[in-house]
Design a binder for this molecule. Structure first.
Ligand SMILES: [Zn+2]
Length: 123
């Protein structure tokens, strides 16, 4: 009787974002721990180096050429991270002012209610 040991696949679920991908491919890990491109803020579905690398080389070949790996790229990536921080801040301040949007849509719905069937309260 041959006992066959099932080979457990390690890898897929154990993959983690590698910090070196930030400098090499301009990727950071988002709150879900998934790689997110700093250039277009695109999120990849899994932490696979080949995916990250391919995304960078195909979609951002110009960035790769403009900022060759090393100090130049490090600096460029750092600037991208800074601008991301700024845009996040902008987003939050936009959220805080989003109340006005709710008020506007409330007014619009009131307007529609007024123009539509009048409320009779009787059915
Ligand atoms: Zn990208």
């Amino acid at each position: 009787m041959a006992s066959k040991k099932k080979l457990r696949k390690i890898g897929d679920e154990r993959r983690e974002f590698k910090s070196e991908w930030t400098e090499s491919f301009a990727f950071i890990a988002n709150s879900n721990g998934l790689p997110t491109c700093l250039i277009y803020k695109e999120q990849l579905a899994n932490n696979k180096k080949s995916n990250v690398e391919r995304h960078f080389q195909i979609k951002h070949s110009q960035f790769a050429t403009t900022y060759p790996i090393g100090d130049l790229r490090k600096k460029a990536v750092k600037e991208l991270q800074e601008s991301l921080k700024k845009s996040t801040t902008t987003f939050y301040s936009w959220l805080q002012s989003a109340n006005t949007i709710n008020i506007a849509s409330f007014l619009v719905s009131q307007e529609i209610a007024k123009r539509g069937k009048p409320f009779t309260g009787v059915h």
